[in-house]
Design a protein around this ligand. Sequence first.
Ligand SMILES: Cc1ncc(COP(=O)(O)O)c(C=O)c1O
Length: 463
Amino acid sequence: MLSKKRSLSTLSPEELILSVTYGSRTFSREIPRFEIPEEGMPAEAAYRLISDELNLDGNPALNLATFVTTWMEPEAEKLIACTLNKNLVDQEEYPQTGVIQERAVNMLARLFHAPKGASGIGTATVGSSEAIMLALLAHKTTWKKARLARELPVDRPNIVASSGVHVVWEKFARYFDVELRLLPVAGERYTLDPGAVAEAVDERTICVGAILGSTYTGHLDPVEEIDRVLSEIKAKKGWDIPLHVDGASGGFVLPFLEPDLAWDFRLPHVRSINVSGHKYGLVYPGIGWLLFREEKDLPDELVFRVNYLGGEEATYTLNFSRGSSMMLAQYYMLLRLGFEGYRRIHSVSLANARTLAKNLAGDRRFKVVGPADHLPIVTFSVAPDAGFSETDLSEKIRERGWILPAYTLPPDLNHRSVLRVVVKENFSRDMVDLLLEDIDRAASALSGERTFPRKFRRRPAVC
Ligand SMILES: Cc1ncc(COP(=O)(O)O)c(C=O)c1O
């Protein structure tokens, strides 16, 4: 066996020949876990060691838990691979990459009906989390400036949203010292109650948050009604409270599938929107977008101008350096698919999600909570008398490779659990059938029934 101390240069010709087999001699050494190894290893061996270890991960194609894109076409992957060495912040060095970012921001601003004539104000981000942090920070600063101008106190700012917000809203509140007023999601509605918003806001509310759609169940907050409530409050009390729409998943679906649904800059109080390019924008992880309605919604003092990259550059991001590949991949997808392409892909995903929901609803062991009304997201729970829990089913079905998370609903409904299936482009109708068969098989095994899967019971094979 090769000693840990011997370097490759000391290998005999015979040993070197051996080193080109599957993993070379490195495969007989312990893999370092806590310290950088003293000596390196051949590139091929390092690659194989790591990719073999990663085989222990789940299969992304069967990961129905994630909202994030798990498949892109080869040309997109080629573009990603050949732009991996470009830092998005280096706009002096890579001016065309900067121009493309602006184009994508403008395309999204128009998709979200930014006022005519306003140039798109926004930025690419790492994901919706960064976009939400930046949006809320802008609203906090705008609120503070307006209060200071009127010599009013600026302590105890608050945000009003539903208890179904993504954890990033809670992170923002804690990191940036803002009170988060989370309103209970009501009974079977799972969304923000506009009447409760009217009660919860005050002169210290820096913004109201609406979610399209909820991470927990896929439901949409009633943005138009909330906007109306905020207009009434402005008329009555003079508080001009902005509305931020968390369109992490819905922002890249609703414009294509329900173009007449007003949830975006068509509504006067909507001042900012975030969307994840890496969810239904159909790009691999690492891209989100933040859009402001108008230039005045982004306070100038938050935009930093630096010149250490050559020319003067303006940045409004939390991180300085970042890859440009996913931003460029987003531009690729916008050009490649166009409006019609996104519409077709999402229509198929929605139809598949609804087929899944319909079949689950027809099975007395399950109760559908989120039936994919607007987005291709299905959530369901297990009937109390089924003889197994959501967690049991999630674990059992993992034996076949499916990844379906089981989790509890938001705080006021956290006595209830659900399972979620996020239907994406690469989840075909055939996969829906396979999943239903496996759910049936897993449920039967868990409840002690030893029967053939439902599909085979219904339709005996014909020879
Ligand atoms: C409603 C909502 N907001 C924000 C996020 C965070 O998005 P990202 O993962 O792009 O940071 C998610 C992620 O699932 C989400 O569902």
